[in-house]
Design a protein around this ligand. Structure first.
Ligand SMILES: [Zn+2]
Length: 91
């Protein structure tokens, strides 16, 4: 288990999240509207940044070890904003 100082729900550019160098992870509340497999991928993505604070080959190899279908899931996040209801007021 990786210890993190904070897991903060807040508005980060939808539907992405952000891991900061201080070890905190900001979770975008738009994640509530993602598919479960997308949420899982986002969490894996951010947790792998605990080891690699970049998108290097080693980083993606680590992501692939936990989510072999990461390319498809990552690509799907680009259009995930379509899943967010208009009443949220983000788009
Ligand atoms: Zn990343």
């Amino acid at each position: 288990m990786v210890p993190f100082d904070e897991w903060l729900p807040q508005q980060v550019r939808c539907p992405r999240t952000c891991m900061r160098e201080n070890g905190s992870i900001s979770l975008n509340y738009c994640m509530l509207f993602l598919q479960p497999e997308q949420v899982r991928y986002v969490m894996i993505h951010e947790l792998c940044h605990a080891r690699h604070m970049n998108h290097s080959r080693r980083y993606w190899a680590l992501v692939a070890r936990h989510e072999p279908d990461y390319r498809s899931l990552d690509k799907g996040l680009n259009s995930a904003w379509k899943q967010i209801p208009a009443w949220v007021g983000v788009y």
